[in-house]
Design a protein around this ligand. Structure first.
Ligand SMILES: [Cu+2]
Length: 239
């Protein structure tokens, strides 16, 4: 990343952010609402923060102070076309997932075992009482057990009015750095970029599907900077 500082006339705030100028100009705001949103996220993260390695050179400055709210503002704007659902519909979706015949919920071990090859997971991000956490089938950051080869539908609903959240399945293990995972996902499709914070208009939601083709113990986490580090993750066991 260039170490030069660019004065960027941002739509959101008239602040100066090092190195992000090119990204803001090209890959992010230029993207049409119908282009691949994960690609937008990848471009944003790759373009803005790529090459920083573990030092986070440049990124740290951006994320410090007003940076975090800046990041949040960018996501809220860039992904403003993400569909929203009402709080009641979100509750209904979660309840439907909870009532799946093939989901066996073990509160003692904070785990859910899905039998069969069709799995429907509804992950609530940051609902009331579980700030910076996922709630799935009423459990906070549960361990998910899924059969190898199962077709998984993963719906993320952001109920957090203060913060974007995303979800991704990765082979990375805790502890997580501030910058955990930016793009990818262990399976094709096992990634939903951070979606905007909830508003009075509703809770943003996206669904992805993937095939759990590889056995192993993986992690699902929120790739918004700092969230996995703060504990927004759980295990997912494919066997
Ligand atoms: Cu998050």
């Amino acid at each position: 990343m260039s170490k030069k500082m660019f004065a960027v006339p941002l739509l959101i705030a008239g602040i100066t952010v090092g190195g992000i100028a090119g990204v803001m100009a090209s890959s992010v705001f230029a993207a049409s609402p119908n282009t691949n949103q994960n690609s937008n996220w990848g471009n944003m993260m790759g373009g803005a923060f790529g090459g920083n390695g573990s030092t986070g050179n440049g990124f740290a400055g951006m994320m410090g102070g007003s940076g975090s709210s800046f990041m949040s503002s960018v996501i809220n704007r860039v992904f403003s076309n993400v569909p929203k659902m009402s709080a009641a519909a979100a509750t209904q979706a979660a309840q439907t997932a909870l009532n799946q015949a093939n989901a066996s919920i073990d509160k003692t071990n904070n785990s859910i075992t899905y039998s069969g090859q069709d799995v429907n997971i509804v992950a609530l991000a940051g609902p009331t009482g579980a700030d910076q956490k996922f709630v799935i089938d009423g459990l906070v950051n549960p361990t998910l057990h899924i059969q190898k080869g199962a077709k998984v539908s993963l719906q993320l609903i952001n109920e957090d009015k203060g913060m974007p959240h995303g979800i991704e399945i990765t082979s990375a293990k805790p502890p997580f750095a501030y910058m955990s995972m930016m793009q990818g996902g262990i399976y094709g499709g096992s990634f939903i970029h951070p979606i905007p914070a909830a508003t009075k208009a509703g809770d943003p939601t996206l669904t992805t599907t993937f095939t759990a083709s590889q056995a192993g113990t993986f992690t699902y986490l929120c790739q918004y900077p700092g969230h996995a580090q703060q504990g927004m993750y759980g295990n997912i066991v494919i066997s």
